[in-house]
Write a protein that binds this ligand. Structure first.
Ligand code: BGC
Length: 356
């Protein structure tokens, strides 16, 4: 940047000399140029983006869109993934604080352990955005996500509409992720009437969660429940597409894939292909580019000490009300895959309809 400025200055001097402009005018112009230099050499905003893990398909997309938008706004981003280790995440963020980040954007591995991040950042006057997942027991400056309770509602509502009676298995996400609890809340709300009427019955108690959203854990838990119930399951409310993959693999083992309804979330490519094939019933699409761009814009605003324009509501995180942006998710099945997911450019038609 400095090289470019001095090139401009040189050119300017040449023009002045060639044009034989009196020295006092030249000096005046030069001062103006130097003032200009002071502007362009202003310190770049440094954003720390701490990601719990990059394993699930969506997260590298979140990262890439976030970084692209932040850079477009003139900021620099330090990105680190904690590989699903909450202690590692806290250490990485401490390191980012030492490196002098102006603002932190955190996708927490654990909604409570990450409170430490908020406290450490605030002690240094650094603002924190909880990205997609809420941070509890602390006061993050902004929460940006999709409406997760609504996503849970959409998942169960779709299944109950297509299988109004029968045996249901509820498989939650990672219990350390606040979203898993919001999803469950929405799922239970959608199923409440059918539970009260006795139209549906839970085949296992409600304490089933896929630890760390692990598809293998989802597979094992589904196998156990299939064994316990002698395969008497009609619908499985899986909380995301990764775990739906594990569920469907367990169903395949019993030749029940395509017969038992299965929900999901994220519109992962494998899930879209399963929807086409008929082994997964539905998913929930969340435009990742949208959340990533909003978050990058908010991060830059907070770093500049500005208020975040779109934070038009508050969500209580168990400690206090957090200014929030909640984006809209979309229910997707085989009938609107094209119109929602493909039309939005999330996946190509070729890939979604690709047959093995
Ligand atoms: C996100 C989901 C994701 C899951 C596993 C949740 O917090 O909302 O989109 O599939 O984490 O990474």
């Amino acid at each position: 940047m400095y090289g470019k400025t001095s090139q401009i200055l040189n050119k300017f001097w040449n023009t002045i000399i060639v044009g034989m402009i009196p020295l006092n005018i030249a000096v005046m112009f030069c001062s103006v140029m130097l003032l200009g230099c002071a502007d362009t050499s202003e310190k770049k905003i440094k954003i720390g983006l701490s990601i719990s893990s990059l394993r699930v398909e969506r997260w590298p997309k979140d990262r890439d869109h976030f970084v692209a938008e932040a850079e477009k706004l003139g900021a620099e981003v330090i990105v680190q993934s904690a590989d699903e280790d909450e202690r590692k995440q806290n250490e990485q963020v401490e390191n980012m604080i030492t490196q002098g980040v102006d603002v932190l954007v955190v996708i927490p591995q654990d909604s409570v352990a990450s409170a430490q991040i908020v406290k450490a950042a605030h002690a240094e006057g650094i603002k924190v955005i909880a990205y997609d997942r809420m941070i509890r027991e602390s006061e993050p400056d902004l929460y940006i996500s999709f409406d997760n309770e609504r996503i849970g509602y959409m998942q169960a509502e779709y299944l109950i509409k297509h299988k109004p009676k029968g045996n249901y298995f509820l498989l939650g996400g990672d219990p350390g992720d606040n979203n898993a609890h919001l999803l469950r809340k929405g799922q239970l709300r959608a199923l409440q009437n059918a539970i009260d009427n006795g139209d549906i019955k839970f085949v296992a108690d409600q304490k089933h969660w896929a630890v760390k959203w692990d598809p293998l854990d989802a597979l094992n838990k589904t196998e156990q429940v299939l064994t316990q119930t002698n395969n008497q399951i009609d619908a499985i409310v899986a909380s995301n597409d990764g775990t739906a993959g594990g569920v469907i693999q367990a169903l395949q083992g019993q030749k029940l894939d395509g017969k038992v309804l299965v929900s999901g979330q994220d519109a992962d490519i494998a899930a879209c292909q399963r929807i086409v094939k008929g082994t997964q019933t539905m998913t929930v699409y969340k435009p990742i580019e949208h959340i990533a761009k909003e978050a990058a814009q908010a991060a830059v605003a907070l770093a500049k000490g500005e208020t975040v324009q779109n934070a038009d509501q508050t969500i209580n995180n168990g400690t206090t009300d957090i200014p929030s942006i909640l984006l809209t998710p979309f229910q997707v099945d085989k009938d609107n895959l094209d119109d929602v997911v493909i039309k939005d450019g999330f996946h190509t038609r070729e890939k979604v309809y690709q047959t093995e």
